[in-house]
Design a protein around this ligand. Sequence first.
Ligand SMILES: NC(=O)c1ccc[n+]([C@@H]2O[C@H](COP(=O)([O-])OP(=O)(O)OC[C@H]3O[C@@H](n4cnc5c(N)ncnc54)[C@H](OP(=O)(O)O)[C@@H]3O)[C@@H](O)[C@H]2O)c1
Length: 245
Amino acid sequence: MSLSGKVAIVTGASRGIGRQVAIQLARSGIKVVVNYSSNQEKADEVVQIIETLGGEAIAVRGDVSKVSEVEALFSAALEQFGGIDILVNNAGAMFNAAIPDVTEEMFDRQFNINVKGTYFACQQAMKHMRKGGSIINLSTSVSGAMLPTYSVYAATKGAVEQLTRQLAKEFGTKDIIMNCIAPGQVSTELFLEGKSEELIDSYRRMNAFGRLGEPEDIANAIELLISDKARWITGQTIRVNGGFN
Ligand SMILES: NC(=O)c1ccc[n+]([C@@H]2O[C@H](COP(=O)([O-])OP(=O)(O)OC[C@H]3O[C@@H](n4cnc5c(N)ncnc54)[C@H](OP(=O)(O)O)[C@@H]3O)[C@@H](O)[C@H]2O)c1
């Protein structure tokens, strides 16, 4: 399967990992729907980069925690490109806090974006994706590390991993594979925000290479899983973390 001419939706592609995924997929000739929730300028910048590379992309605003906006995202992709072959459920939120400090809003927002967003995007994918496609969900390697303050976030990603196992069987009937990538610490706003240099340094020392992951490390793994060599891999979670755990 040549990827050139395929169509991908990448949620949360205005910044961080999603931005890099969108750009790398476009470099392989894939047409990309760059989803974002509020940062239109950044999403437009990603589209511009892709167009400069000779690729095709559109930016589509849509909060993945709202089902109607997920539906509109898929409609926009179909209208612009006529079909969908790849879905990367990348949009995510992380609010870390010790148990007494977790608010209902922090809890709900993480579950709504990370779990509900992933689920209903998959529902749209079941309705609209073409046979032979691939879905990648984003989990995290901290699920396996039991770090303090990460409990709600890790629980959302545990749910995403279980959804991946469950839904992969249903998607098999459409010859669509679904896998989950669980990054370690990656140098993006989501990870860096609010952390001291000392703490960040301690995370650097937790993997085999003494550095943070870069968005490119994750985008490379996603490229492997959407290639035609991965068609017998489905329902799996793959830790992409430089040996963190
Ligand atoms: N960075 C890490 O260390 C790390 C580690 C493990 C797993 N992950 C996972 O990898 C994924 C990407 O993380 P990141 O580090 O790249 O995050 P990031 O730098 O904070 O970027 C988040 C992206 O998601 C979008 N987004 C946020 N809420 C959204 C919503 N409700 N609907 C649609 N888009 C939304 C943002 O759009 P706007 O620009 O419009 O706000 C932005 O494009 C997440 O699922 C995260 O949990 C990250």
